[in-house]
Design a protein around this ligand. Structure first.
Ligand code: BES
Ligand code: ZN
Ligand code: ZN
Length: 481
């Protein structure tokens, strides 16, 4: 866990001091930095970090055009400083800049968040990984209660996002549905008001979860329905239960409708929604957010084989509806179907599912926005507000009864895919809606921003898991409490 403290620079022992620099780089800069602006070595471009070696290391972290500086620019500067110090690590002090158009608590929080996210290395399995994270952050200003709570919150949430990245990056020979359940159990043990439970195949069979079970039946690694309950004694509204459901396919080969070989290794990240869900509820517990929540991870491995489900199979889900399988690679919606039903059965009032669901959503929105669907205006507005505030960006897509025909089946209540090459993300959302029960529900298709093939060029600068969902859930918890 990264620690954050307040201290004046003369009192603090640090490995480096960093300062945000806007473009054009002028104003209240240290003399050494002013000289660099004259030579053109320092411009204040967003994401540019220049390290100067004098009595102490000084990092000038660019935030881009002054009038466009926002939390995202500051997160990117925080990350750039962490990257520039990746051979040093240790303690980094941030000087804030009152002349920037972002209030100091928000400014400090964004710099802390960016520093922690930018310190993340996905090379945990390298024999010689010599990247050093910033482990301690000093805010070089006088402490106020507002500043303290802003940076403490930012540090907790960013650390949890990094833990979700670790889970998403774990290889599928290590992270199976059962070991994912172990991770959840260990997380629950860290927090007083967080409890853990996992249902195995027999228990799921008793509940009639024929949809989730079918996806898992081709793998020797049995499926699990992983459940975490956060019950804070001081919940402000006992009638609200925030239900978070995460697609947790520990590896998606596509099953009998097998995927092409190219890039298939990234399908270890097909549980990124579950990783965000897991550490999202962990963040609520760590923050002590006064909202009741339940997290459900629908965990299975989608494999071909003699025992695998097939196109043509007709499944019966826990809500009694029947599903004709058109494509075994459209497995995410099948595991979510039973998990959404379970969330409602447990009393969830506001349901959110997070899923790396369709390749088409990544084609549409790339790695920045996740597309989302909601059946309720107020819930949609809350998710949009949480997306904008947190940095887990969302863009609204439509649900409409006229799309229901995309999933009409000749043989069953619905089918899980279609041969029309149209509207794949809306088709999937229509499918999920059949299982979302009554009350506010939203579906986030995070196929793009959930797991990166390459750097995004901002504070998420390494390939792999991004922790998408953790920051969003932390913010939504606040809005629901
Ligand atoms: N896990 C994939 C979606 C995905 C693709 C996520 C690329 C991240 C990057 C999902 O299970 C899938 O295969 N979806 C199919 C559905 C189709 C068969 C109806 C898709 O989108 O192609
Ligand atoms: Zn698939
Ligand atoms: Zn998948």
């Amino acid at each position: 866990m990264t620690t954050v403290e307040f201290a004046l620079l003369e009192d603090a022992e640090v490995d480096a001091v960093a300062v945000p620099v806007a473009k054009p780089a002028d104003g209240n800069l240290d003399g050494r930095l002013t000289r660099l602006t004259e030579t053109g070595e320092l411009r204040g471009s967003r994401g540019e970090a220049v390290v100067l070696h004098g009595d102490e290391r000084l990092v000038a972290a660019g935030v881009g055009p002054r009038d466009q500086v926002d939390a995202e620019a500051l997160r990117t500067a925080g990350s750039a400083a962490a990257q520039a110090l990746s051979r040093v690590g240790g303690t980094l002090a941030w000087k804030l800049d009152e002349s920037l158009p972002v209030p100091l608590p928000e400014q400090a929080a964004a710099l802390v968040e960016g520093t922690i996210l930018g310190s993340y290395s996905p090379g945990r399995w390298e024999s010689n990984n010599d990247t050093r994270p910033v482990e301690r952050i000093v805010i070089a200003t006088e402490e106020t209660p507002e500043l303290r709570s802003a940076v403490e919150r930012a540090a907790i949430v960013a650390d949890r996002a990094n833990r979700a990245r670790d889970v998403a990056n774990e290889p599928p020979n290590e992270l199976t549905p059962a070991t994912l359940a172990d991770r959840a159990e260990a997380l629950a043990a860290e927090h007083e008001h967080l409890t853990f439970e996992a249902l195995g195949p027999d228990e799921m069979r008793e509940l009639g979860m024929g949809s989730l079970l079918a996806v898992g039946q081709g793998s020797r690694n049995e499926p699990r329905l992983i459940v975490l309950r956060y019950e804070p004694p001081n919940a402000t509204n006992k009638d609200v239960l925030f239900g978070i459901v995460g697609k947790s396919i520990t590896f998606d080969t596509g099953g009998i409708s097998i995927k092409p070989a190219g890039g298939m290794q990234d399908m270890k990240g097909d549980m990124a929604g579950g990783a965000g869900t897991l550490h999202g509820i962990g963040a609520l517990a760590a923050l002590g957010t006064p909202v009741r929540a339940i997290a459900i991870l629908a965990a299975a491995e989608n494999m071909p084989g003699g025992g695998a489900f097939r196109p043509g199979d007709i499944l019966r889900a826990a809500n009694g509806k029947t599903i004709e399988v058109i494509n075994t690679d459209a497995e995410g919606r099948l595991v979510l179907a039973d998990a959404l039903w379970y969330a409602r059965r447990e009393g969830a009032t506001h349901v959110l599912d997070l899923a790396t669901l369709t390749g088409a959503m990544e084609l549409a929105l790339g790695d920045f926005y996740a597309g989302f669907f909601a059946n309720d205006d107020d819930w949609r507005a809350k998710i949009e507000a949480a997306g904008a505030a947190s940095g887990d960006h969302v863009w609204a897509f439509p649900l409409h009864p006229r799309y229901r025909r995309y999933i009409d089946s000749t043989y069953a209540d619905m089918k899980n895919g279609s041969t029309l090459r149209q509207g794949s993300p809306v088709l999937a959302a229509e499918f999920l809606q059949e299982f979302a029960g009554d009350g506010p529900w939203a579906h986030i298709d995070m196929a793009g921003p959930g797991f990166l093939e390459r750097s995004r060029g901002d504070y998420l600068h390494v390939p792999g898991g991004t922790g998408y969902g953790v920051r969003l859930i932390a913010e939504l918890g606040k809005l629901l409490s």
